[in-house]
Design a protein around this ligand. Structure first.
Ligand SMILES: [Zn+2]
Length: 266
């Protein structure tokens, strides 16, 4: 992405993050990957609501400065995501109050309560607590980055990422909105979960439409496991790899059928 455009975009999104109370004071950080090895990031100790285009820091993917501005101390969170996910071009980290309340309470945002959220965002897992700006934080994120587009970090906040900065921001906004609705529903006596077969249908639609790939099926996510939806992570995976190394996935019915056939042959 062109650097001058990226600078304008980061200022615009920074203002929104501040105005919507997703950050206060100098909290949070935003970045855009300009090319394979260059990142434009918000500076350290600066309110996201009062940034200017010339205050932004340029670094390489290892966080090495490429201009005279100092990037946020949490830049490693961004560079980890860029290294693990070549499809990702922008990252938004903030402390939105409802989402962060989940993170403080030790809860993931993974109840199947809103069809739109299953379609466009998927589950938001909770990663273990890690001291900000240290390897603890990035190590805790590693197992989840591949399979999710937004994460909660225990006793800290949220991070969302996307193919461009608007997609990253939208995902953060959906995370916060979902958390708010879940909290309000709890105050009204509790949210009703979507039925399991409805979840399967939504997963199929989102993969067909290309909203989320199969890698978003994650065992860390309560409802996917409950609904017996095949998962890509190790452990509870029902996915099989054939001899060509190509992944195929089986529905529960197909798996039962296959096992039944195998039993007959045996
Ligand atoms: Zn933070």
């Amino acid at each position: 992405m062109e650097e001058s455009k990226a600078r304008k975009l980061i200022i615009e999104v920074g203002k929104l993050l501040y105005e919507r109370s997703y950050v206060v004071s100098s909290d949070g950080n935003v970045s855009i990957r300009l090319d394979e090895n260059t990142v434009l990031a918000t500076p350290t100790m600066t309110s996201k609501g009062r940034m200017t285009e010339d205050c932004l820091a340029l670094t390489d993917l290892d966080g090495k400065p490429l201009n005279d501005r100092k990037a946020s101390s949490e830049l490693a969170m961004h560079t980890l995501i860029y290294k693990m996910r070549p499809d990702i071009k922008a990252v938004c980290h903030a402390h939105p109050p409802h989402g962060t309340a989940f993170a403080v309470a030790g809860l993931a945002i993974d109840a199947p309560i809103l069809s739109e959220v299953i379609l466009t965002l998927g589950c938001v897992p909770l990663t273990d607590y890690g001291t900000p700006s240290t390897d603890e934080l990035t190590d805790a994120m590693k197992p989840f980055v591949e399979h999710h587009n937004a994460l909660l970090m225990a006793n800290h906040g949220a991070v969302a990422y996307g193919e461009d900065l608007w997609q990253a921001f939208d995902r953060l906004e959906t995370l916060e909105h979902t958390a708010k609705i879940a909290i309000l529903a709890k105050a009204l006596g509790g949210a009703n979960d979507l039925p399991k077969d409805a979840i399967s249908k939504l997963i199929n639609i989102r993969e067909k439409a290309g909203y989320l790939t199969e890698s978003a099926r994650c065992q860390a996510c309560g409802y996917l496991e409950d609904a017996n939806i095949p998962c890509e992570l190790d452990g509870n995976s029902h996915n099989k790899t054939n001899s060509n190394g190509t992944k195929i996935s089986l529905t529960r019915e197909e798996l039962i059928e296959l096992l039944a056939q195998a039993a007959k042959i045996g």
